[in-house]
Design a protein around this ligand. Structure first.
Ligand SMILES: *[C@@H]1O[C@H](CO)[C@@H](O)[C@H](O)[C@H]1NC(C)=O
Ligand SMILES: *[C@@H]1O[C@H](CO)[C@@H](O)[C@H](O)[C@H]1NC(C)=O
Length: 431
């Protein structure tokens, strides 16, 4: 009996001491901003993949470093980078009573005459979900919005989720990465990711020394599905190509996914020449994409934004449609934008995109949001007929020869992807 008591006492004291130690450690982290920041930024780039699923001291330390490196990023961009909003972007968003429009314009009013953002602080990056009451004051029919939509608007200013699984060395190879595939996926789409890994998204060096790398962008399992976080952690270790952020992976969080990807890529892969951003159920013809990118004039290569372009689109007002946007939320036309199934852009645009996306309120449709960011930067999307996000004629869908000249088709399941890739690269194929 006495022994157990003593044991308990020892355990209690030691956990208290540990707790004290830990909080001191944490304090040090928060206080060591300044000179130490640069060093820590350098430190994290040399780390192996960071995988943290349980709450441990290590995880908290990493989180601290990640957010510090972000503030370094911001000050450097503040000092050297001047991103201005294009006139056409500002003028084409009506100054109406719609919530998003008001949010943007009240922010833009703070800009000086030159549209100089360098003096402004970014939109709220500390997550303080808006209360339904205050939103009801701002949006008369807020309570009639679909529930998921209400959730989206309440969380619109939560822009800074923690990264749970990182791949810090993704772009650290000796050779510069030519093309980075950034594929939007979701925890339960393991089969699709595997198909991409085995086919068009395989990491390798193509003819001419063109290095291709791949990352899959994930949130956490949404509460409507079984929790697959353990499987995802395993997968990330096994393949080294999975990124996970701490937010629910859902349709209305895709813009958030876009935003955190920009931030990640600026930190980890800012030297890449090009980025392909797309879905996990498309078929990309990597050799043809590389051929196209390689043949671009330098000027175009540094300003590229291409894919299947949707122009003159306006919000759909039917509440039953996936892409519904209420009148009282957003008013006006969409910018011309590249369909989110798959599009290409220059690595040189990453920094400006990341910077400008900190100032544009989130939009419920991710590819429209991306189009807004590009437009604000005065970069215009260019149509490429090789992108078929609405798919090709039914009778051509198994035809490897037809696919040889295309850059992208949507959509193909895992089995079709594997088969198509094999047939396209068969020595027996004569087109
Ligand atoms: C924007 O503001 C910064 C900092 O105040 C200033 O140095 C820069 O010259 C301004 N740029 C333009 C285009 O006015
Ligand atoms: C987005 O993710 C956050 C964080 O997990 C969650 O609270 C929110 O409900 C999600 N939003 C939507 C619209 O799914």
């Amino acid at each position: 009996m006495r022994r157990t008591k003593a044991l308990i006492l020892i355990m209690l004291t030691s956990s208290f001491v540990l707790l004290m130690l830990y909080s001191m450690l944490n304090l040090q982290f928060t206080n060591s901003q300044g000179v130490a920041e640069e060093m820590q930024l350098a430190d994290i780039t040399n780390e192996a993949p960071v995988i943290s699923t349980d709450t441990s001291i290590k995880e908290n330390a990493i989180a601290e470093i990640v957010s510090q490196s972000e503030s370094v990023m911001y000050t450097t961009t503040k000092a050297v980078q001047l991103v201005t909003f294009s006139e056409s972007f500002i003028n084409d968003i009506p100054k109406s009573g719609a919530y998003w429009n008001r949010k943007l314009h009240s922010f833009l009013r703070q800009l000086d005459a030159t549209g100089n953002v360098s003096k402004l602080v970014p939109l709220n990056t500390h997550c303080q979900p808006e209360s339904a009451e205050s939103l009801h004051m701002n949006i008369p029919d807020f309570r009639n919005y679909p529930e998921l939509y209400q959730n989206f608007i309440q969380g619109m200013d939560c822009r800074n989720p923690q990264i749970l699984i990182d791949q810090p060395r993704k772009c650290a190879s000796a050779q510069k990465v030519f093309l980075l595939f950034a594929i939007k996926s979701t925890p339960r789409h393991f089969e699709r990711r595997q198909a991409v890994r085995e086919t068009w998204g395989k990491e390798r060096t193509y003819t001419g020394g063109l290095v291709v790398k791949t990352v899959f962008l994930l949130g956490t399992s949404s509460s409507d599905y079984p929790n697959l976080d353990k499987m995802v952690t395993f997968e990330a270790k096994e393949f080294g190509d999975v990124l996970v952020w701490d937010f629910q992976d859902s349709f209305y969080n895709l813009t958030l996914k876009e935003h955190v990807f920009f931030k990640w890529a600026v930190h980890r892969c800012h030297h890449v020449s090009f980025i392909f951003k797309g879905d996990d159920d498309v078929f990309a013809n990597t050799p043809e994409i590389l051929h196209y990118l390689h043949s671009l004039e330098p000027e175009k290569a540094s300003n590229l934004y291409t894919g299947q372009i949707i122009s003159e689109a306006t919000p759909l007002r039917d509440v039953n449609i996936k892409y519904y946007v209420p009148q009282t939320f957003f008013d006006g036309a969409y910018p011309a934008y590249a369909g989110g199934g798959g599009f290409l852009f220059s690595g040189a645009l990453l920094r400006p995109l990341h910077l400008i996306s900190q100032y544009i309120p989130f939009f419920p449709i991710d590819d429209v949001y991306t189009g807004m960011c590009f437009k604000a930067l005065n970069v215009f999307p260019e149509k490429h007929k090789g992108f078929q996000t609405f798919d090709i004629r039914e009778q051509d869908r198994d035809n490897a020869c037809v696919h040889k000249s295309l850059l992208l088709v949507h959509k193909r399941n895992a089995q079709q992807t594997v088969r198509l890739w094999r047939n396209m690269h068969s020595p027996l194929l004569t087109c």
